[in-house]
Design a protein around this ligand. Structure first.
Ligand SMILES: C[S@@+](CC[C@H](N)C(=O)[O-])C[C@H]1O[C@@H](n2cnc3c(N)ncnc32)[C@H](O)[C@@H]1O
Length: 220
C-alpha cells in the first residue's frame, strides 16, 4: 500500500500525487471536472445501455469509480466495474479525502481486492491488484476508462500490444475513453484496431480521445 500526498486542484476538488513518479492522479486544473468530462459525460452517460460493464485502468483514489457509482444511481442503470491497480493506496489516505464524507466512497475502498463485491443494487466492484502488463480478462466490457499516468511517464502502458489486448476485451461497439490525445497514442490505438475520434478535452485542454470498436452498442 502506498501513501500518496493529497492535493487540492483549481476547481477545489482533491486528488493525489504519486510518491513513486510525482505524477498527479488527475488534472491540477480540476480533479472532479476532469473525471466528469472524460469518463462520465464522454464515456458512461454517452452509452445507451441499462446495464454496463466497465473496465478501468488505474483505480487510484477511487474518484472515477465513485462518480460512476453515483451516476448509475442517478440514471437508474446497473454497473459491473472492474478496475486494475498496481499500487493501491492505503485506507487511511482514502479516508482523509473529502469524498470520504460519502459512505459510498469509503465502501469502494473497503471492498476486498481480487473478487467481485456487491456495493449496492446498482454497482458491483471488482478491484484487481496487478500490473496492466500482466493482466488477462475473462469477461468482455462495454466501456474502458484508460486512466494510466501520462504516456511520457509510462510509455510501456500506451502501446499497440496493450491496446490490442483491451480491444479484444471490448464487446462489439465498445468504447475506450482517455484524456491523452497525443499523436503516438492515437496511432497505437488505430494499429490495435480502434476507430479513433478526437473530442474536446476537459477544462480548457484541446482534445481527449474516444475510440470505438466497430459500431456503438444499443439497448436492442
Ligand atoms: C492517473 S492515476 C488513476 C486515477 C484514478 N482513475 C482515480 O480516479 O483516482 C493512474 C493509476 O495507475 C496506477 N498504475 C501505475 N502503473 C500501473 C500498472 N503498470 N498497472 C496498473 N496500474 C498502474 C497508479 O498507481 C495510479 O493509481
Amino acid at each position: 500500500m502506498i501513501q500518496p500526498r493529497i492535493l487540492t486542484t483549481d476547481d477545489g476538488s482533491q486528488t493525489l500525487e504519486s510518491p513513486i513518479s510525482g505524477d498527479t492522479y488527475h488534472s491540477v486544473r480540476g480533479a472532479v471536472g476532469e473525471s466528469m468530462h472524460i469518463y462520465i459525460r464522454e464515456g458512461f452517460s454517452s452509452l445507451p445501455l441499462s446495464h454496463i460493464r466497465i473496465l478501468e485502468i488505474g483505480f487510484g483514489s477511487g474518484l472515477n469509480a465513485w462518480l460512476t457509482a453515483r451516476a448509475a444511481s442517478e440514471q437508474n442503470r446497473t454497473v459491473y466495474y472492474e478496475t486494475i491497480e498496481r499500487y493501491p493506496i492505503d485506507l487511511q489516505t482514502a479516508s482523509q479525502l473529502e469524498y470520504a464524507q460519502d459512505p459510498l466512497f469509503v465502501e469502494l475502498h473497503r471492498a476486498s481486492w481480487n473478487c467481485p463485491v456487491t456495493i449496492n443494487d446498482r454497482f458491483v466492484l471488482k478491484k484487481r491488484e496487478l500490473s496492466l502488463e500482466d493482466c488477462r480478462f475473462d469477461t468482455t466490457f462495454d466501456l474502458i476508462y484508460f486512466d494510466a499516468f501520462a504516456p511520457d511517464t509510462q510509455p510501456e502502458l500506451w502501446t499497440t500490444t496493450i491496446f490490442r489486448r483491451l480491444y479484444e476485451a471490448l464487446s462489439d461497439g465498445g468504447v475506450l475513453v482517455t484524456y491523452s490525445a497525443k499523436g503516438s497514442v492515437k496511432e497505437h490505438l488505430r494499429s490495435a484496431g480502434f476507430t479513433v475520434k478526437r473530442r474536446p478535452g476537459a477544462l480548457g485542454k484541446h482534445h481527449m480521445v474516444r475510440a470505438t470498436k466497430n459500431s456503438e452498442p444499443t439497448n436492442e
